[in-house]
Structure formats: C-alpha cells, structure tokens
Design a protein around this ligand. Structure first.
Ligand code: IPM
Ligand code: MG
Length: 369
C-alpha cells in the first residue's frame, strides 16, 4: 500500500486556527469514512511562531514543510506584531516558506457559487457563472528583488527601495503553467503587466509571447495592462479565463477578483513548485483572506476558503479529483441550505458561526458520500 499522504498544518494567527479547525474535522471525516488517510502534523508560523520561538518560521518547521506532500496554511499577522522589525514580522514566515519551497505558481480561482450571487456588490448579470483563474507569480518580482531596504541619506531624510526584477526563466515557467491550465479550461490566457512603464513589463510581455508562439499556439493569448485589468475585472469579469501576472499585480488583482464572488472568505489558493522526476510538486494551500484580527477568536470567520483550499490540495497534490468535487459540492450544498457566516450574510439566510458552518459541511458530506 502506498505510504500515507503527509500533510503539515500551519494554522498561523488570527482566524487561521479557527478556520483550520474545521479543515481538521473534514480530514478526520475522510479518515473515518476510509476515503483517505493523512499523516497530519501541526506547526507554528507567523506571530504564533514568533511568540514561542522568536522567529516567524523556525528552520525545523521549514524542513518539515519541505518533507511534507502538502502544507495547509491558515493566515498570518495582526496588530500585536505590527511594530516588530521587518524581518521578524509574521508575514516573513509565509514569504520564506514560499521562497524556500520555490512555490512560484499561485493559483487563485475566483468562482461564483450560485447561492451567493446576491452577496456580491456587483450585479448578478455581471457575475453569474463566473469562473476565472488568477495565476500569480509568487517567488519573484518586487516581493523579493534586491536591493531593498530603508537608508538614511546625508541630509537626514530617508530613502526606501524595493526592486522589481524578473528573468526569462521566471516568466516562462509561470506562463507555462498558465497555458497548461488554460488548455484544461476555456483555452484563453490574458497576460497582465505594465509594459507601458516598466522594463519588467516589456520583458514579461515578450517572454510570454515567445513561449506562446513556440509551444502554445493553440491557446488564445491577449496582453493587458494591469490597471486596465483591474477595471475590466469589475466591468466584465467573464471575459477572462486564465490571468497570468506577476507577484504584486497578482496580489492586488486577486483581492479584487475575490470580491466579485461575494467575499474574500470564499477564495482558496494553491501555491505550487516545479514537478520533480516523479511528478511530485511541493505545494502549499491557503485561503486568500488574511488573519482578520478584528473577528479572531469569536467563532465568526468563514471557514469555506480554507475548506476549498483543502479541496484544491486533494486535486493538485493527490490527484483526487472526485474527492475534491465532494468537498466542493458539500460547500455548495451548505450554501444552498441557507446558512451563512456574517461575511456572506444576505436577507433570508441564517447567520451561523464558524463551527456551525463546519457542522453543516460534515452533514452535507455524509449525505453526498
Ligand atoms: C496574500 C497576502 C500576502 C501577500 C501577505 C500576507 C504577505 O496578501 O497572500 O495575498 O502579500 O502575498
Ligand atoms: Mg494579498
């Protein structure tokens, strides 16, 4: 029998632990129903790791993540740690994981669940049936470029520097993932940059085009400036299939796309590395929402983005498409039954806690399995 699937849970800070608790319940359910068994370990990341170890990510936790088949991540950060030196901030823990595991391809699907159409601030006819994939480059660009830092100038004033930098290889490997994804979807890629003002944008556009012409002529490719893309996302989001873009633009555009779906609380993500010789990829799955310190610990958070991230893990790390569908259908059914956490509350629906949303998912899983 194949070895158990090894997953590392890193709940992190804020609402991270409470949404991850619901994922833990679904993992147990899979085990109990003998659908899949996982070897689960849990670790600290972000402010929680800082409080215990004085660093947002220990070398041991990083090594554990490298050894795992998949990492399930909650959220990091909060006002408690806002004044820490830059390199000790909770976010550095997550960024170090992404960088050291070389998770360059960040998949952020934005899908509108029918029962949630009314929760979006956009008109139903604009978002009905929306299904787009934002593919964000995750280990390069201004997030990691050197030089960076704040220096004091001779006159006593200060100067802050961040560097936006991309190479051919970095652009092409993420574009390749984009074209491959598009082939399994509506076969359309929109490559997004600011080639009108940035050299990295010019390079991005040229390298994506080159790869397209050499290997992916069958996929429809369009270029778009990032500012226009932000506008098009709220004007007519269904024109998009796969959007491939850099680290910073991807960060912004995915928050924007999230709200099309009604709430940031619904958006999952997968961060993938390159496939090794056996086809295995390092992977980390996390909700796109942050740690939401204002509601943390109150059992109010929406656990669905985390549960959908778990579904992405089943699909992308373990090739369990059917089981992934099962979780997604349970989410759909729970929404249809009319229960809502406060972020997606609408007239005529029932406001429930994080835990009760988890209960509902388990009940729906029982019905569907
Ligand atoms: C995200 C978040 C992170 C980012 C933060 C928490 C470092 O906003 O995953 O979108 O900026 O990448
Ligand atoms: Mg973000």
């Amino acid at each position: 029998m194949a070895a158990n699937k090894k997953i590392l849970l890193l709940p992190g800070d804020g609402i991270g632990p409470e949404v991850m608790r619901q994922v833990g319940r679904v993992v147990e359910w899979f085990d109990r129903r003998r659908i899949a068994t996982f070897d689960v370990t849990e670790g600290l990341c972000g402010g929680a790791a800082y409080d215990k170890h004085g660093t947002p990510l220990t070398d041991e936790t990083l090594a554990e993540a490298q050894r795992s088949d998949a990492v399930l991540f909650g959220a990091v950060g909060g006002p408690k740690w806002d004044n820490l030196p830059f390199n000790l901030k909770p976010e550095r823990g997550l960024l170090r994981l992404r960088k050291e595991m070389d998770l360059f391809a960040n998949l952020r699907p934005a899908m509108v669940f029918d029962p949630l159409i009314g929760a979006s601030t956009l008109k139903p006819e604009v978002i009905q049936g929306l299904d787009i994939m934002i593919l964000r480059e995750l280990t390069g660009g201004v997030y990691f470029g050197e030089p960076r830092g704040i220096t004091t100038l001779p006159d006593g004033s200060r100067r802050g520097v961040d560097t936006q930098v991309y190479t051919t290889a970095e652009i092409q490997r993420v574009a390749r993932v984009g074209f491959e994804l598009a082939r399994k979807r509506k076969n359309r890629v929109t490559s997004v940059e600011k080639a009108n003002v940035m050299h990295t944008g010019v390079l991005w556009r040229e390298e994506v085009q080159k790869l397209h012409d050499a290997e992916y002529k069958d996929v429809e490719l369009a270029d778009m400036y990032a500012d226009n893309c932000a506008m098009q996302l709220v004007r007519n989001p269904r024109q998009f299939d796969v959007i491939v873009t850099d680290n910073l633009f991807g960060d912004l555009l995915s928050d924007c796309a999230a709200m099309l779906t009604g709430s940031l609380g619904m958006l999952p993500s997968a961060s993938l590395g390159a496939a090794d010789s056996s086809g295995r990829r390092k992977a980390l799955y996390e909700p796109v929402h942050g740690s939401a310190p204002d509601i943390a610990g109150k059992d109010l958070a929406n656990p669905l983005a985390s549960l959908l991230s778990f579904a992405m893990m089943l699909r992308y790390s373990f090739d369990m498409a059917e089981e992934a569908k099962l979780v997604e259908n349970a989410v759909q059914a729970a929404l249809k039954s009319g229960v809502r956490t406060s972020d997606i509350l609408q007239p005529g629906t029932a406001r429930v806690s994080t835990t009760v949303m988890g209960d509902t998912i388990l009940r729906e899983l029982e019905k569907l399995a």
